[in-house]
Design a protein around this ligand. Structure first.
Ligand code: PEP
Ligand code: CO
Length: 452
């Protein structure tokens, strides 16, 4: 096996010499420095062995032996760090993973977009309403969404608040997962209140009963209860956007070489900050975590190749996940060239599809939404195109919630523009609701079966 080492010229601060896009401007630099000092001494949110275990599982997914499911809110909110919201989000991810593992007949790697998804990139630094111009809202990590000067000034105390709320979320998720909430003997525990009213309820219950009886069958013939049936693994992820925050949690640990980003298991670089010579890619280049990179319309095969050579020069397995988010209209023209380019590198990437961010639109009544049909189309195209090119779509990256919201149009209940008025709650991007998320998982299974 190749020995991988910290890359030449990299230090946890080498990003400071590179252009850093999308960073908040703090008026009080002294307060910022003092907060970062505190952050850098607080315990990590995740451990190096969890990170290395995720990396091994991503390597297995790259080899076609696992499916990768990543999902959660576009932006977590401090005000939504509450038990039912966290538990419901976990439930919908568990249910989707059940549908996928049953239908694809392979283990599912579950990664939440939570416990740290508090920073958002914005297309504009400033926002103007009725002649008043203020800094844009950059996520609860930086400022508040209310359109007042006080709310919008970047406040360093929010870094500690985000750290604390990530820790609280993480603690609750770990408790649930370890405490039998994710016990495969009882998938019915994962039901959300509204499942029985869903047009998909029957199919979901058929799958969950079939899993319950398979588990009991294995136990009967082996006479044992494998521990892995009582709990499932859950990993966390967020966009590594706020460089000072990520830096404060990038550390060495005892008995391991190199540095780990200990704020999350799986940081990803967003589309707006994925420049090969930029600060974000530089910070990710030297850490040992697996890293996601968003790939969007207009990105050339050459650019993706440069990114791979830069972030994973030794072609280490499990290190890179490419998250394409091309949109239903561009996927057919853009994806084949990217797949071709990546093949020439010999780099063992995991390709996953984010069918959300290329399909955002505004309705005539002014809501930011996404059409379920376009999301479905992009995922189905992704499966087909990878398959035709001898590659494989190994996972999904979704914005979803366990709440009964109406933010995306379409799906089994055929939500339309007027339905958006009933439960539109997101402050940033529209999310799949519980039913739409389950439906998408079922459609992925159908599509995979059609090409298998
Ligand atoms: C996101 O995942 O929330 C996001 C902003 O995506 P992208 O960087 O792909 O636009
Ligand atoms: Co988003």
């Amino acid at each position: 096996m190749k020995v991988v080492k910290t890359p030449k010229g990299w230090t946890p601060d080498s990003w400071r010499a590179k252009p850093a896009l999308q960073q908040a401007r703090y008026p009080d630099q002294e307060a910022l420095a003092s907060t970062l000092g505190q952050l850098s001494t607080l315990p990590p949110l995740v451990t190096s062995w969890e990170i290395l275990s995720l990396k091994e599982q991503i390597a297995e997914a790259q080899a076609g032996r696992r499916f990768f499911l990543q999902g959660g809110d576009c932006a977590e909110l401090f005000s939504e760090c509450e038990s039912s919201i966290v538990a419901n989000r976990l439930k919908v991810l568990l249910q989707m993973s059940l549908i996928l593992l049953h239908g694809l007949e392979m283990p599912v790697l579950r990664v939440g977009r939570f416990a740290g998804q508090y920073a958002k990139p914005r297309s504009e630094d400033l926002e103007t309403i009725d002649g008043v111009t203020l800094p844009s809202y950059r996520g609860d990590l930086v400022n508040a969404a209310a359109f007042t000067e006080e709310a919008r000034i970047p406040n360093p105390n929010r870094l500690l608040e985000a750290y604390s709320r990530s820790a609280i979320t993480m603690n609750f998720v770990r408790g649930l997962v370890d405490g039998g909430f994710a016990d495969l003997h009882h998938p019915e525990y994962w039901d959300l209140g509204w499942v029985e009213h869903s047009p998909l309820a029957e199919e979901f219950h058929r799958i969950s009963h079939s899993i319950g009886s398979s588990v009991r069958f294995v136990e009967t013939i082996t006479g044992r209860t494998p521990g892995s049936l009582k709990r499932v693994d859950f990993f966390t992820s967020h966009e590594a956007l706020h460089l000072e925050y990520e830096r404060a949690l990038t550390r060495e640990v005892p008995r391991q070489w190199g540095h780990f980003n200990l704020s999350t298991h799986f940081p990803w670089v967003g589309l707006r900050t994925a420049q090969v010579d930029g600060a974000h890619v530089e910070l990710m280049r030297g850490i040992r975590n697996p890293v996601g990179i968003k790939v969007g319309p207009g990105m050339s095969g050459g650019e993706v190749k440069d990114l791979l050579n830069h972030i994973n020069p030794d072609n280490e397995a499990g290190r890179v996940v490419l998250i394409h988010r091309l949109g239903a209209d561009a996927i057919e023209s853009e994806l084949p060239g990217l797949i071709e380019a990546v093949k020439t590198t010999g780099s063992p990437v995991l390709w996953i599809c984010d069918p959300m961010h290329g399909n955002t639109e505004k309705t005539s009544n002014g809501y930011k939404t996404r059409q379920f049909e376009k999301i479905q189309y992009e995922v189905e195209q992704a499966i087909d195109i990878h398959h035709k090119m001898g590659s494989r779509l190994g996972g999904l990256h979704l914005e979803l919630t366990g709440e009964n919201v109406t933010e995306c149009i379409g799906g089994a209940r055929r939500l339309d523009e007027t339905d958006l008025l009933t439960a539109y709650k997101t402050t940033v991007d529209p999310r799949l609701n519980y039913e739409q998320a389950l439906e998408l998982a079922m459609l992925v299974v159908k599509k995979h079966r059609s090409i298998a």
